[in-house]
Design a protein around this ligand. Structure first.
Ligand code: ADP
Length: 169
């Protein structure tokens, strides 16, 4: 019997120490949405074995961005970055799985696409650091902070994927 257990909002967590239950934030930036790359980016995470636990499309506010990129506010490129990130809708995702934070940074590639390896999202789909298609949280602390910033608790779902016992251990 397939049981798709949605355990409900009360059990939803932004992060977990449980093995295989790590969570991270991935954002397809406006250039990725405009270029219709959303499906291919989702496919890479699915085929790797990660589980989608949150998904939505939205127009980012400057408030959210200034919080998200608060460490970059003094950078010379900051105003261009805000303009870029607010230039159109983004697709925001939460992914769960074994060491998903580190793995997804590797799948996304270096910040500057010229330094990103072929096979990474940025290495395959982008040329310039100011249009690098996708965001991925860079640490457990960053992932927790960013998931709390971009999602409400009830937007993240706990559910069981029937192949988890095969892909995770
Ligand atoms: P990452 O997104 O790989 O974690 P950073 O946190 O350093 O990298 O930068 C956040 C985002 O700011 C980058 O993904 C990119 O969109 C933009 N950015 C970083 N450096 C530059 C730069 N030198 N010029 C323009 N945009 C930049």
């Amino acid at each position: 019997v397939l049981r798709y257990a949605h355990k409900g909002a009360a059990h939803t967590s932004f992060s977990s120490q449980a093995p295989g239950k790590e969570r991270t934030l991935i954002v397809v930036k406006p250039d990725g949405v405009q270029r219709r790359l959303v499906g291919r980016i989702i496919q890479r995470f699915e085929q790797r074995g990660f589980k989608m636990v949150g998904l939505k499309m939205l127009q980012v506010s400057e408030d959210l961005l200034s919080n998200h990129y608060r460490q970059l506010r003094m950078k010379p490129f900051y105003s261009d970055l805000v303009q870029y990130m607010t230039s159109g809708p983004v697709v925001v995702m939460a992914w769960e799985g074994h060491q998903v934070i580190q793995s997804s940074r590797n799948m996304v590639g270096q910040t500057n696409p010229a330094e990103a390896q072929a096979g990474t999202v940025r290495g395959d789909f982008s040329l310039h650091v100011s249009r690098n298609v996708v965001h991925a949280s860079d640490s457990p602390e960053g992932a927790l902070r960013e998931l709390q910033l971009w999602f409400r608790g009830q937007e993240l779902l706990d559910w069981e994927c029937i192949d988890e016992s095969i892909t995770c251990e």
